[in-house]
Design a protein around this ligand. Structure first.
Ligand code: SAH
Length: 243
């Protein structure tokens, strides 16, 4: 697995977060994929507080126990909410500008790639939110993802992660699915972020349905539970490490 971090001149999302933190506004943050038309991420959504979060995220924050690792923490919205709940949280992100903002917001934030094994702290809960499975990248990466989670979790610890089942993009009116089984899994996307002339490197981003996630969890020594379902094919899962 790639375990590098970003440079500040190749960190579009961090630049957007940095501008918003500094000026209360930001330019247009664009997400590009070969699967879709360009889409925009509203930067103020990345600064949502507890009351503005989707229910699945609020449930995840309430379920988080003990020492918490917020992976791919962005602006630090979840870390901040956890701190306000009196919970003990460390945030990591590959984005240097996001980490700088999180530090200014009073969060214990480190510029660390999830797969960098020199980061060897252990946690009771690993939190991955806003399509947290995205960071897994592709289904091929599932074994290394679970191996890394086993390193990061204390005995009995768990991962709280959200995702969406993208099947709705392929559903016909009669409910049948238009998916070519010879293709890659339908939730594997390629993404690229752009912000004010800053172009990020393209990366793989995984959306995964709960049954597929549960299959890989069990193959890799974890128990998967469906904690809650959202109203549009989205869900929150708990992955508990087995001894
Ligand atoms: N969790 C935040 C941000 C989600 S965007 C929120 O809900 O608002 C995904 C974040 O993951 C980005 O900030 C990106 O820089 C970070 N990221 C992507 N790959 C990563 C990796 N391998 N290790 C750590 N962070 C990563």
């Amino acid at each position: 697995m790639d375990s590098k971090v970003l440079c500040s001149d190749g960190d579009p999302m961090g630049a957007a977060i940095y501008d918003y933190h500094r000026n209360g506004k930001a330019g247009t943050l664009v997400v590009r994929s070969s699967m879709f038309e360009d889409d925009e991420i509203p930067v103020n959504d990345l600064f949502r507080d507890f009351s503005q979060m989707p229910e699945l995220e609020r449930i995840a924050l309430e379920e988080a126990h003990g020492s918490v690792l917020d992976v791919g923490a962005g602006s630090g919205c979840h870390s901040l909410a956890l701190k306000q709940m009196g919970k003990d949280v460390v945030a990591i992100d590959i984005s240097p500008l996001s980490v700088e903002v999180m530090k200014e917001r009073g969060i214990d934030a480190r510029q660390v790639n999830l797969y960098d094994e020199s980061f060897s702290d252990r946690f009771d809960t690993v939190l991955m939110l806003m399509n947290g499975t995205g960071i897994i990248g592709t289904l091929d990466n599932m074994p290394s993802f679970f191996a890394r989670m086993r390193q990061l979790l204390k005995p009995g610890g768990c991962v709280l992660v959200d995702s969406s089942d993208l099947r709705y993009l392929f559903e016909e009116e009669d409910g049948s699915l238009m998916i070519d089984l010879a293709d890659d899994y339908y939730g594997q996307l390629d993404y690229q972020m752009l912000y004010e002339g800053v172009e990020g490197e393209p990366f793989d981003w995984l959306y995964v349905d709960f049954d597929t996630l549960a299959f890989y969890a069990e193959e890799n020594g974890f128990r998967a539970e469906l904690v809650a379902e959202g109203d549009h094919y989205d869900y929150l899962a708990r992955l508990t490490v087995l001894p």
